[in-house]
Design a protein around this ligand. Sequence first.
Ligand code: ZN
Ligand code: ZN
Length: 420
Amino acid sequence: MLTQSPKGTRDIFGREMPLWHSVEAKMRALCDNFGIEEIRTPVFEHTELFLRSVGDTTDIVQKEMYTFDDKASRSITLKPEGTAGVARAYIEHGLFNNAQPTKLYYIQPTFRYENTQAGRQRQFTQFGIEMFGSYSPALDAEVISVAAQLIDELGIKDIELRINSLGCPECRAKYNKALREFIGSNIDGLCRECRARYEKNPLRVLDCKEEGCKKIIAGAPSIIDCLGDECREHFEKLKEILDSMGIKYTVDPMIVRGLDYYTRTVFEFVTTSIGAQSTVCGGGRYDNLIEECGGPKTGAVGFGLGMERLMLTLEAQNGQYDEKPYRDIFVGSMGEEGFVKAQAVVFELRKAGIMAESDTVGRSVKAQMKYANKIGAAYSMVLGGDEIASGKAVLKNMDTGEAEEVMLEGIVDKMKYIIG
Ligand SMILES: [Zn+2]
Ligand SMILES: [Zn+2]
């Protein structure tokens, strides 16, 4: 127990880290480019926020939240998704008073108590963006374009954008009625959960992963056919803008997303490269959420992307990311005097921006040189009594074996010159 991380969690370190760093750097640079600012919200929020926003008939709220009472008996929940916290912050800080739109992004831990499988953990990392303050389909297109550009820059292959419109609450009510009738007449073939939940929220049935349900659902009426004029125009305009941007998509009326707050546009980027079809990035418009949480009526769109699943996709497509170790110089030592001097020289080198290492373990000179090779040191030297007395040491190129005598006093300048 003590030496094993809790189920559904994992440590990210070592050879995985360079890929995480490079992907995160691309995300941050892209957001800068699109004028999207970072926001860091707390890891936990009041439970009520998620009941209101995510919706109490969703799987997330019913089964997957990490909810507990704190010492003052407040109900607290570790965030199961990113949008609600950002929406709360948008209202709390009156960001709607600024010139709109407000464009925010985050890279943060997220928590869901669910069965673990590849790329699905109980603590996972989500990259998300949220844009507030416009009902225009141009904002939907902008959000989608961020994801499309990221996917392009990461070089992900075999990925497809699917879009749908869930309409406004009026269209949805019309659709729910049609869907309820359809489900009612096919009720016998559905799983127990679907039979239980279809009265309350028939859309959830479209989300069901049971094979029997999936088959029946394939014949369900399409929400696109139930859209009123305004919602239809909104969807048509979005498609027109995506076309003009050169972003390819397919319309998929089965995409409903597992959250209650979506209105009109929903979308997913789907890939098949990590086995069964999986969603790398999903999002949509949520025009009622800010008002529902106590703010002014505000149009909003966003997406979330699971970093772990993205990493699996990248690894499946490109192979393991393998970065060779590298250090500019290893300053070895012989004897106590040399040992102390080496620490001082390495600190001087580091202050000058040179990647230097010394022996801090107490290895023999031979073992130190082996270690220098292991960490990919480009140069090495060994400091002992003679070197300290003469002020000179031998600088060795670890690749070619070439050696030259250098003044210890000038070692920082020498290394700066060599490294360029
Ligand atoms: Zn509508
Ligand atoms: Zn079902």
